[in-house]
Design a protein around this ligand. Structure first.
Ligand code: NAD
Ligand code: ZN
Ligand code: ZN
Length: 393
């Protein structure tokens, strides 16, 4: 089959690789009909590159048609259309029973001290090949995949695999009461869906980004917008809009942004020439610069409010304003989305006659899988007004 493979820092290519096969009785093989590129893939493309191996198949947002099922899978049939949540969760272990699907204990990661395996995340998370490919092996297929109405357009349900539940969980964690104000830092695909879902839930929303098209789109969906580059201080701008107090909740939908940070960008470039352990160290200690969105979130939240972190952070040397956090009495919640926890509720929301969250119009680029390498570059460099890329194998 053809698959998008990681080859090096900012270097991916579509290659012919062996087809996946059933390994466990609870596996299924899914033939992918649509698969998206995520902001998280950009971390693998940039800052996490030092962890990958040439040939790793990327991709964790995918859906398709069930092609084969293992002998223990009686919940799916060949021909079913499914979306597959990005965290590989069993539905039965101690963590899954508590809805903590991103911490599923049945993965091979337990000794590494990490959570559930993730599709397309190399041995950082369980070495499960990803879904930017023609075929994928799906573990725990007796629980994980969600059957969808084949009459729906793929893009109506594709984002249930990740970015919509991520936005939804981010809003839940931000814990803003109806009528309260949620600030959304970062208006990429996750931030856009957070804006739409929060408006749908009756919240006032303030969106923050520096890309004019993304700010304009969020405004169309009812957000008040603060433009990062023409604002001296985001916290002050948000306090100006909230009686001087700050937002009740702030959702950080940015994370560590290689291309937004000159220091980190330089570290990534330098790492291209370094051996792996040194490259890792260079990137991980690139400094406070990459915490810009998180520090702005802590500043912009009101006293007693909550900072909810959906953006992905990593590294060991990150200074945090502990006095400010303590004095303001800020709650913080974060982590991978427990995707399967939200999919049933969200399927009901998105599968009605009206596309209430505008999901079918979110993607700006739809191309064959073969063009994935150009699309990684376009999405990474924020060129061509690129907001979301959907690949069709
Ligand atoms: P993206 O890269 O398209 O969007 C990030 C946006 O943040 C960009 O529009 C950028 O201009 C903006 N930005 C950069 N610095 C900023 C700052 N200081 N203040 C405000 N905005 C700033 O990515 P995406 O696909 O929307 O994903 C967003 C984040 O969510 C990524 O870190 C991704 O890894 C993470 N994510 C997490 C989960 C999870 O399970 N927690 C799931 C999916 C994605
Ligand atoms: Zn994703
Ligand atoms: Zn589990």
């Amino acid at each position: 089959m053809r698959a998008l493979t990681w080859q090096g820092l900012q270097d991916v290519s579509v290659r012919s690789v062996p087809d996946p096969v059933l390994q466990d009785p609870t596996d299924a093989i899914v033939r992918v009909t649509s698969t998206a590129i995520c902001g998280s893939d950009l971390h693998l493309y940039n800052v996490l590159a030092a962890y990958l191996h040439p040939g790793d198949i990327l991709g964790h947002e995918f859906m398709g048609v069930v092609e084969q099922v293992g002998s223990a899978v009686d919940t799916l049939e060949v021909g079913d259309k499914v979306i597959v949540p990005f965290n590989v969760s069993c539905g039965k272990c101690w963590m899954c029973e508590r809805g903590l699907f991103a911490q599923c204990e049945t993965t091979q990661n337990v000794d590494q001290g990490t959570g559930a395996s993730l599709f397309g995340y190399t041995d950082l998370y369980g070495s499960v090949p990803g879904g930017q490919a023609e075929l994928v092996r799906v573990p725990h297929a007796d629980f994980l995949p969600v059957r969808v109405d084949p009459a729906l357009a793929d893009e109506r349900v594709l984002y249930l695999t990740d970015i919509l539940p991520t936005a939804w969980q981010g809003i839940e964690y931000a814990d803003v009461e109806e009528g309260g104000t949620l600030a959304v830092m970062g208006l990429g695909p996750v931030g856009q869906l957070a804006v739409r879902a929060a408006r749908h839930r009756g919240l006032r929303v303030i969106g923050v980004d520096r890309i004019p098209e993304r700010n304009a789109l969020a405004a169309e969906w009812g957000a008040e917008v603060v433009d990062l580059d023409s604002t001296k201080n985001v916290g002050d701008a948000i306090r100006d809009l909230t009686d001087g107090r700050g937002a009740d909740g702030v959702l950080d939908a940015v994370g560590m942004e290689a291309h937004g940070s000159p220091v980190l960008g330089a570290a990534v470039s330098a790492a291209k020439r370094l051996p792996k352990p040194l490259a890792r160290a260079a990137i991980e200690t690139a400094g406070v610069d990459r915490l810009a969105a998180l520090h702005a979130s802590i500043d912009a939240v009101r006293r007693g409010g909550t900072v909810s972190i959906s953006g992905v952070y990593g590294g060991m040397a990150d200074p945090m304003p502990m006095m400010e956090l303590f004095d303001k009495g800020v709650q913080m919640r974060m982590g991978q989305c427990h995707v399967r926890r939200w999919t049933d509720e969200l399927y009901d929301l998105v599968s009605g006659p009206d596309d209430v969250l505008g999901l079918e119009d979110l993607a700006t680029h739809r191309v064959p899988l073969e063009q994935a390498p150009e699309m990684y570059k376009t999405f990474n460099d924020k060129q061509d007004n690129c907001l979301k890329v959907v690949l069709t194998p």
